[in-house]
Each structure stands twice: as C-alpha cells, then as structure tokens.
Design a protein around this ligand. Sequence first.
Ligand code: CAA
Length: 259
Amino acid sequence: MAYRNIIIEKKDGVGTIKINRPKVLNALNKDTVGEFSKAVGELEQDKNIKVAILTGEGKAFIAGADIGEMKDMSSLEAKEFAEIGHNLLMKIENSRIPFIAAVNGYALGGGCEVLMACDICIAGVSAKIGQPEINLGIHPGFGGTQRLPRLVGRMKAKDLLLTGRSIDAKEAFQIGLVNKVVEDEKLIDEARKLANMIAEKSSVQTGFIKSLVNKGADIDLHSACSLEISYFSSSFSTEDQKEGMTAFLEKRKPMFKGK
Ligand code: CAA
C-alpha cells in the first residue's frame, strides 16, 4: 500500500520502517500512527521478512506525539488516541519479528515509547531520549509510565518522568535503555549489520525467544519457566533444530528455513 508519512523498504529479509514527517521532527499524529501500524502489519505478513529496523527521517527518530493535534482533544479523543498508540506498540511487541530501533536524534515522549516497545536499540551518539510530557501538563500516554520502570527500574524511571529531562545516548546506555551507542553516520550500517546477523538465525527461534522474554516478564517465574519448557519441546519438532544440530556436528554453517 502507499504511505504518506512512512517509508517502507525491504531488502535481504530486513524490513525498514522510516517515519517521514521531518518538518515536525516525525511527530506522531493519528494518521501516522495508523500508517505505522499498517506498515508493521505489512512486514509481519511478509514471510520473507525476518527482522525490522525502525528509524526516522532527518534529525529526529520521533519527537513525540503531535502536540498541535493533541492540544484541543477532548478526554474521549485523548482516550482513543492513547488506545491507537498502545495498540501499535503492542503490535510491535507481539510481532514474530524482532524490531531494532535505530535512534537518530530526538526520541522523546511517544518516540521513547516506540523505542521501548522494540527488542533492541542502537542510538547515534547525539540522540536525546526522554519523556518530557510533564512539561506539557500531561504524562506519557503510549506506555511510558509502564515500560520505562520495567526496563530501567522505578527510581530511574521516576527521575525521567517527574523531571521531563532528556538524557543523551551515553546515559541511556548506562541505565539500560539503549544496547549500543555508535557514531551518528554509522547508525544505519550498524543497525543493518545487527539485523543481518539476526536474519540468518532460525526465524522460528527468534519469534520464540521474543515471545518467551516478553511474556515471561509479566508472569511469575514458575509459570514463565513452564512456558520455556513448552517452547523448548516444540523446538524439537522443527526442521531448524535438526538443521542446526546436524550442521554443528558436520562442522558447517546451518541454513535455517524458518520451519
Ligand atoms: N509535536 C508537534 N510538532 C513538533 C513536535 C511535536 N511533538 N516536536 C517538534 N515539533 C515541530 C516544532 O513545533 C517545529 O515546528 P515549526 O517549524 O512549525 O515551528 C518543528 O517541529 C521543529 O522543532 P523545533 O523548532 O522545536 O526544533 P528544535 O531543534 O529547536 O527543538 C525539540 C527540538 C527539543 C525536540 C523540540 O521540538 C521539542 O521539545 N519538541 C516537543 C517534544 C515533546 O514534548 N514530546 C512529547 C510530546 S507528548 C507525547 O508524546 C505524549 C505521549 O506519550 C503519547
């Protein structure tokens, strides 16, 4: 399908979604959230796609939800907007595809919330990350009050949420919000290298691992370990398990089919 505010690219099993509203630093209005969600669905349904990269056009990843559009929203409209945002981020989190956030520049408010729904995050050294909603007289509406403490701990999350301060990529790395910080010019190449590495693995297993880690984080340890036993058992009825172990014993590189 044709997109107005999104650029989608597919190459060698890697899908890239780029938010393309650079004039407003890729702020997410309702239309863009809708297109973003469709783009995630398009990659999800394309069986050739094994990994996705999310990034932004120009000097921002995403500078948040669109403040111009939100200013005059009624409570009901705000509820609907928060719901479509949450649905998008759940779609990313529940997708079989690992998502890599390649954070160029600002990832604020909704941008930080998109980052946190991804599986791995690489940031350019000049990235600025934060939840500045408090400065607008609101609080995060796309999961920031929930995913941030789960990722970095409650005290650090409350520091960022209550002050609204932005942190640089190095501090984001120190608190565990970013996996790796790279030179700005190398960001997309580094994200692609990582994506290519994951794309070579069994896509059954990348989906299983993502699902186990995400589901396990929300349930008690005993139930989570039972879930792991069940997925582990299912793995032994896949072609990829046979191929991976045979290739190891034959001292060759495995060729996974995602079956
Ligand atoms: N919504 C709408 N427009 C935005 C925007 C946003 N979130 N962020 C930036 N823009 C627009 C600016 O209004 C400006 O437009 P004009 O050229 O028409 O004036 C353009 O993008 C460029 O921005 P600046 O001139 O402000 O650029 P800067 O380099 O001086 O500052 C910035 C960059 C620090 C990111 C600043 O733009 C800023 O603070 N943006 C808002 C960040 C923010 O508060 N995000 C949270 C939004 S609320 C939210 O996300 C709720 C939620 O959880 C769902």
